[in-house]
Ligand binder design. Structure first.
Ligand SMILES: *Cc1c(COP(=O)(O)O)cnc(C)c1O
Length: 495
């Protein structure tokens, strides 16, 4: 399968090249052209264990790698790294099911993809005969940063710089990143919000490619954000895992539709669900759940995307996003029209807004439903799920749970619902504690203890040991300093 830019039919790459490059040279995202060439026997995939599923699915999505090569990469990425080799368990909660994506090394759903990406990246480097060191640049709203640092830590031939919004991540997330060990890792705060950091990273990529700023320096840039297709593809697997788990639990029969409710930020997680559907999995509606930054709710309801609006800091910060990069891939796959996508993205850049044609809006309506809730609704959901079902969820999961209930109420003929859970409640302990009606004094670590005392839910080991670890990264810069920061770091021999 050939990958192409979402903005031009003539910009093409194979999977390995697309993984190495991250962003396409014209500023678009690499996307498969269409799914019609892909052959996947999805029913037999459902009978495999998670590693087997990952091998099958990833070797059809990323055909630069053979089945056997992929099996080895999957082993290296996941074996022994998660709480269970099933990777992502599905648990019944009331009449719904919750798909727990946070059982990995940093207690974030991004571990699923970011354990796999470094393996794909080093394999792609070999396939493409690249001898340059790969410098990963990542902007994070909190969870990606730590998961990427952990995934790339001391992986030969790679280095990684993570930018996070100064004061824009939780204390636990910040501690996770600033205490990261490893010879090839660098962490830096940027004064601004996540969109500023993400735009800054995108601008560095264009400046470096257009002006050859790193030519001949033995370094090339790549990305670990969900704009990288090697980051997106591994996320398709857990939709199959959850579906198979529902079949095995006899909650559905093979072939029955399942609706998935996804707490959405950059649109990667939910887009992976759309990929799963295009690979044959009987996905019903994909429900896009947002917090007070409800730009996607408005877009999916009206067809107009308009980022000219206030930005809110919420208790679900990983969804505090106004420009959802991966939406571009969906627009391309639904319209099959790179020229249209280029024009919409041009309007977004120039005026901060665009409106999709009616035909495209109709296709969106057929696949997606959207809803949102604010911080009050989020906390109410945490309290209710805990009181009614004894299940403790984090703030992002709570947004999805609340939207799932609205979705079911407004769509009585809905399919069985799976709610994606994207973080451990211990990553956002202050909001969780107040939502269950308890209080604590002291720092966020004391609050974690208090959540544990109140609920008995175990604290993940990687978080419990954080407080003792020394801070190793203290840089803070302005957003217009990001380029010179990267150029400086790129040419330092030792970090
Ligand atoms: C990244 C993240 C999300 C949003 O996922 P996208 O793929 O960006 O839509 C939701 N919840 C948590 C906890 C996250 O870290």
């Amino acid at each position: 399968m050939v990958y192409q830019s979402t903005r031009s039919d003539s910009v093409r790459a194979d999977a390995a090249q697309a993984i190495l490059d991250g962003l396409a040279p014209d500023g678009g995202l690499y996307s498969m052209h269409d799914f019609s060439e892909i052959r996947l026997d999805w029913k037999s995939v459902l009978t495999l264990d998670t590693f087997g599923m990952a091998t099958e699915i990833l070797s059809v999505l990323l055909p630069s790698f053979s089945h056997d090569e992929m099996a080895a990469l999957v082993q290296r990425a996941y074996a022994g790294k998660f709480e269970t080799d099933a990777l992502t368990p599905t648990v019944p909660v009331g009449e719904d099911a919750i798909l727990e994506l946070f059982r990995g090394p940093t207690s974030a759903f991004k571990d699923v993809a970011l354990s796999m990406l470094p393996q794909l990246m080093t394999a792609a480097r070999e396939k493409c005969g690249v001898s340059d060191e790969i410098l990963i640049l990542t902007a994070t709203s909190g969870d990606t940063g730590k998961a990427a640092l952990e995934g790339f830590c001391d992986v030969p031939g790679t280095r990684i710089i993570v930018f996070y919004p100064h004061g824009g991540v939780s204390a636990v997330q910040q501690a996770q990143m600033t205490t990261q060990a490893g010879r090839n890792v660098c962490v830096c705060a940027v004064r601004g919000n996540f969109d500023d950091a993400q735009t800054g990273v995108k601008n560095i990529f264009s400046a470096v490619t257009e002006n050859g700023l790193l030519d001949g320096k033995g370094v090339r840039l790549s990305s670990a954000n969900s704009i990288n297709i090697g980051r997106l593809a591994p996320q398709v697997v857990y939709y199959f895992r959850a579906y198979a788990d529902l079949v095995n639990a006899k909650r559905i029969a093979v072939g029955d539709p399942v609706d998935f409710v996804v707490p959405t930020g950059n649109f990667g997680d939910i887009l992976a669900g759309y990929f799963a559907k295009r690979l044959g999995l009987p996905v019903g509606k994909l429900v896009c759940a947002s917090n007070a930054n409800n730009i996607l709710t408005d877009f999916l309801r009206t067809g107009r995307y308009d980022r000219n609006r206030p930005f809110f800091k919420t208790v679900s910060p990983s969804m505090d996003i106004l420009v959802s990069s991966n939406l571009e891939r969906l627009l391309f796959l639904l319209s099959e029209d790179a020229e249209l996508v280029a024009s919409l993205m041009g309007q977004l850049k120039a005026a901060g807004a665009y409106e999709v044609p009616a035909a495209l809006k109709a296709k969106l309506d057929a696949e997606f439903w959207a809803g949102c809730t604010d911080d009050a609704g989020t906390k109410e959901a945490i309290g209710k799920v805990y009181r009614d079902y004894g299940y403790l969820c984090d703030t992002h999961t709570a947004v999805a749970w609340a939207v799932a209930q609205d979705y079911k109420a407004q769509n009585p003929d809905h399919a069985p619902v799976v709610i994606l859970s994207t973080a451990s409640p211990y990553k956002f302990p202050a909001a969780v504690l107040s939502a269950i009606g308890a209080r604590a004094d002291g720092d966020e670590f004391a609050v974690m203890e208090a959540v544990h005392d109140a609920t008995g839910v175990p604290i993940p080991k990687n978080l419990a040991s954080l407080r003792e670890r020394p801070v190793r990264h203290r840089d803070v810069i302005d957003r217009d300093e990001m380029l010179s920061y990267v150029l400086g770091k790129a040419t330092e021999k030792e970090w």
